[in-house]
Design a protein. Structure first.
Length: 295
């Protein structure tokens, strides 16, 4: 490095402590995948009869998967809890989603970085129709422990970078950081909020060959496991749909390569609203320094 040249922020170490793994793993959400109540889904799925299905089992599986996809797509709101493991990384998100594409909740990077999250699709709603009318906005409120860890990561790279990081984290303590726009900022967070709709579209439009397996019971609820055909590219994955009453998707769980994913869906159509944080509690990173808060 030439004398006087400014040392760049090492995103892998500093910013990478808050990587939402689902952004990288979004391709894993194919016709069917991740799990029922995260605690139950981290455990191996209940034993099912995996023998070749009767034609009626396939017809039922295709029908249930399409119905569950439509219900997820059309839900006014839903709560989505995701648990993703890949190698040493373990990321958890717990988000409320609405049908406008807004979401709020929490994310845990598995590396000590925890934050409250708010995403507003299209930004401000200026005409009262519930939908934003401009550019997407994303806000993160990091825990103090998370900010401490960011400082430690930066300090390990050198005193100058450590001092710069401390200046930024001091601004962020107790506040919502407005995440920069772009593919590693608000757009990356928007992908997480859109997972439910992406999955719903895949389910409704790619149900061919899905077979229904015998009913299992999880957390006191009867569920129908749905398994995609072996050539679907969905990996080792199973969707679980409510067996009694409306065919709501309860969970998807499975593996794709070295990634293990478990996603649950609850609280369909319950009252839910995403509000922009109080401006008095929002900070905007100085120009050129927003990379610390990119995801």
């Amino acid at each position: 490095m030439r004398e006087g040249e400014r040392r760049p922020v090492n995103r892998t170490v500093v910013v990478g402590v808050f990587v939402v793994a689902l952004a990288a793993g979004g391709a894993a959400f194919r016709p069917v995948e991740p799990a029922a109540e995260v605690r139950a889904l981290v455990a191996p799925p209940a034993a099912v009869d995996d023998t070749a299905p009767e034609p009626a089992g396939q017809a039922r599986g295709e029908r249930l998967l399409r119905q569950a996809g439509v219900r997820l797509r059309d839900a006014y709101s839903v709560r989505m809890a995701a648990d993703v493991k890949q190698g040493a990384r373990h990321v958890r998100t717990d988000l409320g989603l609405d049908h406008h594409g807004n979401c709020s909740g929490t994310v845990d990077s598995g590396e000590g970085v925890v934050a409250d999250l708010v995403f507003l699709k299209g930004g401000a709603d200026t005409d009262g129709d519930g939908e934003g009318d401009g550019q997407d906005e994303a806000y993160l409120k990091y825990s103090d422990a998370s900010l401490d860890q960011m400082e430690e990561k930066a300090e390990a790279l050198g005193p100058e970078l450590g001092a710069r990081a401390r200046t930024l984290t001091a601004l962020a303590r107790g506040k919502y950081v407005k995440v920069p726009t772009g593919p590693k900022g608000a757009r990356a967070i928007g992908l997480q909020c859109g997972v439910g709709r992406i999955l719903a579209a895949r389910m409704a439009g790619h149900a061919a060959g899905t077979r229904a397996l015998p009913v299992v019971r999880r957390d006191g609820e009867r569920l129908v496991p749905l398994r995609p055909p072996g050539d679907s590219g969905a990996g080792n994955a199973t969707a679980y749909v409510v067996a009694d009453g409306d065919a709501y998707l309860r969970s998807v769980s499975g593996t794709s390569g070295d990634m293990r994913i478990a996603v649950t869906f609850t609280d369909y159509d319950k009252p839910f609203q995403v509000d922009r944080p109080d401006p008095a509690r929002v900070v905007v990173p100085p120009a050129g320094e927003g990379t610390l808060f990119e995801v």
